[in-house]
Ligand binder design. Structure first.
Ligand code: CUA
Length: 332
């Protein structure tokens, strides 16, 4: 019995400690105006709740110890009720606390409702797919996937739609969740206060690979963002080596074209991620796997072994993998 208690206690402490270390915890690592305000509200709320908890629990423990039944007690204790000043006090204090919380919450909600209108914002159409994210910059005419590059300090207007089922767009350090609903357009905004890579996760169960529907928000300086935009707007360089050229033929004339787009080729598929600048990204398949030779070869060989149930039910023959890989690596 004692060991069970010790195990439970250590589990509780471990849980507390592990939540402190999580990098995607917006309470201790807010990285935007939105999450800073949410974090402040949470801290105030937690402090108020802690004070109430200590007073109430302290009162209970005091009463239990002080007024417990003594050896020579018999019958009912003296009954006290109808103490008007006490009843006024314990009604007024909670009402006051709730009013304070209400005002703080409304102020925070107003504070994060809209970005400052003085700064030019970036528009991104975010499309949820089973199980990856499409990022479409209508003003820059860029379409990419899984990794959303944004400039630090500029509000990003996010317009959310879904191709299939309900998803939820969530980057904890930058903003709260917003549902992504088929047949409906939802809007939200976010900013990043400093450069960095912020992990995001689909937060609405959307099928068997829901857990592997992640994303990364990469916040860079304004100059780096402009460089990135130019790089994405240019078509990728033409393949050079024989292997690369052979790979391009296999990709463009093969089944890949049914689902993927590569600018500068005849590939205009819309089902899967745009591959035009695949190797400008660090991850693939819902920002789940680091983009490298080993992972991409394994993916081409058998996507279902890496992410069971995904819509790319393709097995590329071993004889073609080296050439296709060589070509894909030119897509920078
Ligand atoms: Cu998309 Cu869960």
């Amino acid at each position: 019995m004692k060991s069970t208690k010790i195990t439970l206690a250590s589990l509780f402490i471990l849980t507390l400690l592990s939540s402190c270390g999580a990098s995607t915890d917006f309470i201790s690592n807010p990285a935007s105006q939105i999450t800073s305000q949410q974090s402040n509200l949470f801290r105030i709320l937690l402090s108020m709740a802690a004070v109430v908890f200590v007073i109430v629990e302290g009162g209970i423990i005091f009463a239990v110890l002080r007024f417990r039944r003594k050896k020579d007690d018999s019958g009912e204790p003296k009954q006290v009720h109808g103490n008007v000043p006490l009843e006024i006090i314990w009604t007024a204090i909670p009402v006051l606390l709730v009013v304070i919380l209400f005002i703080l919450t409304i102020t925070t909600m107003n504070g994060i409702a809209a970005p400052p209108s003085s700064i030019a914002d970036i528009r991104v159409n975010v499309v949820g797919h089973q199980w990856w994210w499409e990022f479409d910059y209508p003003d820059q005419k860029i379409t990419t996937a899984d990794e959303l590059v944004i400039p630090v300090g500029r509000p990003v207007q996010i317009i959310l739609t879904s191709m299939d089922v309900v998803h939820s767009f969530w980057v904890p350090e930058l903003a709260g969740k917003t549902d992504v609903v088929p047949g409906q357009t939802n809007r939200m905004w976010l900013t990043a206060d400093h450069p960095g890579t912020f992990e995001g996760q689909c937060a609405e169960f959307c099928g068997i690979e829901h857990a592997l529907m992640r994303m990364r928000i990469i916040a860079v300086s304004g100059a780096d963002f402009e460089t990135w935009v130019k790089g994405q707007q240019n078509p990728p360089p033409a393949p050079q080596s024989d292997l690369e050229i052979q790979g391009q033929k296999l990709v463009v004339a093969g089944v890949c074209a049914a689902c993927h787009t590569i600018d500068g080729t005849t590939m205009k598929g819309k089902v899967g991620p745009n591959l035009t600048h695949l190797f400008s990204r660090d991850t693939f398949a819902g920002a789940v796997f680091p983009l490298n030779d080993a992972n991409l070869s394994a993916w081409l060989k058998d996507t279902q072994a890496m992410k069971p149930g995904n819509l790319m039910a393709i097995k590329v023959p071993d004889s073609q993998i080296q050439a296709i890989l060589a070509y894909l690596k030119t897509l920078k």
